[in-house]
Ligand binder design. Structure first.
Ligand code: TYD
Length: 213
C-alpha cells in the first residue's frame, strides 16, 4: 500500500482556494489512481463543525484572540484524529482546505499572538505531523477582499469582517512562512484566472504524487 499523504491548501481570504479545490478534484482523479479525499478546517467532522460554528459566528464579537486560537486547535485535533489519521492509514491522499499554517498566518501574524506558542500547539494537535505538500495561493489583500465582496453566494463569517490591515498582516505571515519552509510550501499566483491556477496546482500535486511512487 502507498503511503498516505497530506496536501494542504492555504491562502488569505478571497484567494479562491476552495473553488480551485473543487475544480482540481475531477482533474486529479483522471490523472492518478490514488484514492483522494477532500476535507476542510475548521470542521470536516461533526464535533469540529460545531466548534467552527462557534468560532465564525458573526455575533461573537467579544471572542478573545487566545480563545479563538484554542478553538481552532481543538477543531484541528478532533478533525485530525477522526478524519485525517484513518485516511492516512488507508494510504489515501488527503487534500485539506486550511491546516496548521492558517493558525500561524491568522492568529500569529494577523492577531499578533506568539508564533512559537502557535507552533507548539500545532504540534500538540497533530502529533507534529506536517503536510507533505502545502499549496499557498497568494493574492494581494485588495484583490482578495474585492473577490469576497463580489461573491454573493459566499457566507460571510466573523473573520471576513476584519479590516484591510488584518488581511494584509495575514498575507505577510503566509509569505514569510513560504520563505522559511521552501521544502514543503509551494506558492501559486492566485491572481491568475481560475483555469491557470487549477493547472498550476495540478502540476504541483502530480509531481509530489510521482515523487512518492
Ligand atoms: P472559511 O469559510 O473556510 O474561509 P475560506 O473559504 O477563506 O477558507 O473560514 C475559515 C476562516 O477561518 C478563514 O477566515 C480563516 C480562518 N482560520 C483561522 O483564522 N485560523 C485557522 O487555524 C483556520 C483553520 C482558519
Amino acid at each position: 500500500m502507498k503511503k498516505g499523504l497530506i496536501i494542504s491548501f492555504e491562502g488569505p481570504d478571497g484567494a479562491g482556494k476552495t473553488t480551485v479545490l473543487e475544480h482540481l478534484l475531477p482533474l486529479l482523479r483522471e490523472k492518478t489512481d490514488r484514492n483522494i479525499i477532500t476535507t476542510r478546517e475548521p470542521g470536516g467532522v461533526e464535533i469540529a463543525e460545531k466548534i467552527r460554528d462557534v468560532i465564525l459566528d458573526v455575533n461573537h464579537t467579544s471572542m478573545d484572540d487566545k480563545t479563538e486560537l484554542l478553538l481552532y486547535m481543538a477543531a484541528r485535533r478532533q478533525h485530525y484524529v477522526e478524519r485525517v489519521l484513518p485516511a492516512l492509514s488507508e494510504g489515501k491522499v488527503v487534500l485539506i482546505d486550511r491546516f496548521i499554517d492558517s493558525s500561524v498566518a491568522y492568529q500569529g501574524a494577523g492577531r499578533g499572538l506568539d508564533t512559537e506558542v502557535i507552533s507548539w500547539l500545532n504540534d500538540f494537535a497533530t502529533d507534529s505531523r506536517k503536510p507533505d505538500l502545502t499549496l499557498y495561493f497568494d493574492v494581494d489583500s485588495e484583490t482578495g477582499l474585492a473577490r469576497i465582496a463580489k461573491n454573493a453566494e459566499r457566507e460571510i463569517n466573523r473573520l471576513d469582517l476584519e479590516k484591510l490591515d488584518m488581511h494584509q498582516r495575514v498575507r505577510q505571515g503566509y509569505l514569510e512562512l513560504a520563505e522559511q519552509e521552501t521544502d514543503r510550501i509551494v506558492t501559486i499566483d492566485a491572481s491568475q484566472n481560475l483555469d491557470a491556477v487549477v493547472a498550476s496546482a495540478a502540476v504541483e500535486i502530480l509531481k509530489s504524487l510521482e515523487a512518492e511512487a
